[in-house]
Design a protein around this ligand. Sequence first.
Ligand SMILES: [Fe+2]
Length: 339
Amino acid sequence: MKKTLLASVLIGLGLTAVHAHAADNELNLYSARHYQTDEALYQDFTKQTGIKINRIEAKEDELLERIRNEGANSPADVFITVDASRLAKADELGIFAPVKSKVLEERIPAHLRTDNWFSYSTRARLIVYNKETVKPEQVQTYASLASPELKGKVCTRSGSHPYNISLGAALINHEGAEKTEKWARDLVANFARTPKGGDTDQIKAVAAGECGVAIANSYYLARLMNSTKEEDKAVVAKVGAVWPNQKTWGTHINISGAGMLKHAPNKAAAVKFLEYLASDSAQKYFADGNNEWPVVKTVKVTNPALDALGDFKADALPVGDLAKTAAEAQRIYDRAGFR
Ligand SMILES: [Fe+2]
């Protein structure tokens, strides 16, 4: 009853567009990140700025579809997701608006941002091996995963998953398409089984001895390392991890990131939120909540698993460039039978 009354008063004042639109103290966030710690992050933003966050969580593709269908009427202010090639794909759809911000330029390294979207945390794609059946010397590079001595030992998730496509995109950038295609074919020839499951499943299969070696994102391993469950501890005890390509271009990294939408009704709030994500306190939540690394170099997190994994040389390739070869990586994988 009260709501109806309020609505009619607003209509009377010509303020009908308030719902999701043009409310200075609201932000509509479309999120394809689903980490529990993000909740605390958003509450902190509201506390600091008085801006309330309306969050819509769904799968990446659903959100993109929704943003496109909503078109110019979309209430979405900020889109947040993981993986550089996904952000680049969103960018190609033309949904973002460029954001010029001194804060973001100062705090986020140049290779981890584009004009239209920004990275807030990094994760590394590392090699996990079974300590009984594989020696770390055998798996020092991504290229080594395709060597004949690992025949029948390699496990990975699907080649069509963005994490592997981004890795392929990095390989094309550094080593060329031809070499990457040969690599993909030889990698497939080394598979212990047809790709299935996520990265954690690969790590568990390595521990169980079903595979000798697997590719996995760092946070999946870190999550197991930080787990207090006996079964996870048993998995961690059986495996070792290598930062690939330390002597050459570095370990492939990927990101979590966000951008402001072209039709954002609350653009000022959107920029505030993007800047907030690069603040010291937000960086800690944002990165460490999923066992990732902050992009702001001066921010240090204390995380037993990340501390144990130590420092490494990360690929310095601009994240925006990964996207340029992502489609080619997918075609190469298709031809190589990496599905
Ligand atoms: Fe993931």
